[in-house]
Write a protein that binds this ligand. Structure first.
Ligand SMILES: NC(=O)c1ccc[n+]([C@@H]2O[C@H](COP(=O)([O-])OP(=O)(O)OC[C@H]3O[C@@H](n4cnc5c(N)ncnc54)[C@H](OP(=O)(O)O)[C@@H]3O)[C@@H](O)[C@H]2O)c1
Length: 335
């Protein structure tokens, strides 16, 4: 296994992180679910292969994912790095069971700790921005959690570049514990973060944690254009794809990946994950699996690396259209 520093911190995380969103379908059916015996096998395999980093969230299965992760880790739970999140709606009827208020954060962390069976969270992440709470209130609450020992490090997820910059500026000004990570969607089919979020993170010392690196399983080669999607696969459960990409372009990308994979005797998933791994700003890749076979396949991406030429080729064929002001700034960068 390869280990990388999480952003500018001293914390070493495995380049593969196991996401626990697929452990339960309560709340989001399309993620699919797993039996507890399969979860246990997957978690044990992860640990045996050197994965020391696990990601979950309060809202995955309304707490069920955290409980299942804690149970599956058993007595190893204090020897690994656990990341969880706060922000989503935990109780539709209670207006305070959501968001990033001090009230909800303090209540939510105690519930997460209880479910995970831990005294502290290694990485506590804001799941996404809250328009209804002053960010100053949120950042002070997070800092207090670090001071009282319930949280070791703090991070964000799904923030815009300016939201990261504003938050970190306040943390610096107030001498608060700073964000060390940004959990963002990043795959060969979704490179939008390269424009605003990655430069913000590089400038401010946050490591990227790439979620849905296989675009929800599309980049595994198991979907084909002219036949029905495999039964019990994520895309067969979705009425409308959640991630945004052009289906025809995606199918031709998979064909291109297959060709590259042949050179390395590697699967489509391994090539797609290896491309994400080739980016230095990525601290860890959060994979999602539903079986022991899938985790074995995906973890296989750390045993070899794509050549610079192949990374360059994949960069080129998936290059997103540069939005304004990026193309303008590039044009006059050297003046
Ligand atoms: N912060 C956020 O907003 C956010 C959002 C989403 C996810 N996440 C995090 O990222 C983690 C991973 O997300 P994800 O599950 O969408 O990741 P993903 O790796 O893009 O997709 C995982 C899914 O692809 C299929 N799959 C994976 N490996 C396969 C293989 N080798 N062969 C065939 N099929 C394979 C499985 O689905 P099927 O077998 O069901 O087809 C699996 O559940 C989550 O657990 C969560 O921790 C965060």
């Amino acid at each position: 296994m390869e280990y990388r520093n999480l952003g500018n911190s001293g914390l070493k995380v495995s380049v593969i992180c196991l996401g626990a969103m697929t452990f339960t379908e309560k709340g989001w059916r399309t993620a699919g679910s797993m039996s507890f015996s399969e979860i246990k096998k997957v978690v044990d395999y992860a640990i045996d292969s050197g994965i020391n980093f696990f990601d979950t969230a309060d809202i995955y299965g309304f707490g069920e994912s955290e409980s299942l992760l804690g149970k599956a880790l058993g007595n190893k739970k204090n020897d690994v790095i656990i990341a969880t999140k706060v922000r989503g709606v935990m109780d539709e009827k209670d207006p305070n069971s959501r968001g990033l208020s001090r009230y909800h954060i303090f209540r939510s962390i105690d519930q997460s700790l209880k479910r995970l069976g831990r005294d502290y969270i290694d990485l506590y992440q804001l799941h996404w921005w809250d328009n209804h709470t002053p960010i100053e209130e949120t950042l002070e609450a997070l800092n207090d959690l670090v001071r009282i020992g319930k949280v070791r490090y703090v991070g964000i997820s799904d923030f815009a570049g300016w939201q990261i910059a504003r938050s970190v500026s306040i943390q610096e000004m107030k001498n608060y514990s700073r964000f060390i990570s940004a959990q963002m969607y990043y795959s060969l089919l979704g490179r939008d973060i390269e424009f605003e979020v990655v430069p913000a993170c590089e400038a401010l010392g946050l490591g990227i944690l790439a979620w849905s690196p296989l675009a929800g399983g599309f980049l595994t080669g198991k979907y084909s254009k002219n036949s029905p999607y495999p039964e019990d696969s994520r895309y067969s459960r979705m009425e409308k794809p959640f991630l945004r990409f052009d289906l025809n372009e995606a199918f031709s990308l998979v064909e291109g990946i297959k060709k590259i994979g042949k050179k390395y005797n590697a699967t489509v998933s391994q090539v797609a994950l290896n491309w994400v791994r080739s980016k230095e700003y990525v601290s860890s890749i959060i994979i999602g699996v539903r079986s022991i076979e899938q985790i074995k396949d995906n973890v296989g991406c750390v045993d070899w690396s794509l050549s610079k030429e192949d990374v360059g080729h994949l960069d080129e064929i998936t290059i997103p259209k540069k939005p304004y002001p990026q193309w303008f700034l590039d044009l006059f960068a050297d003046l």
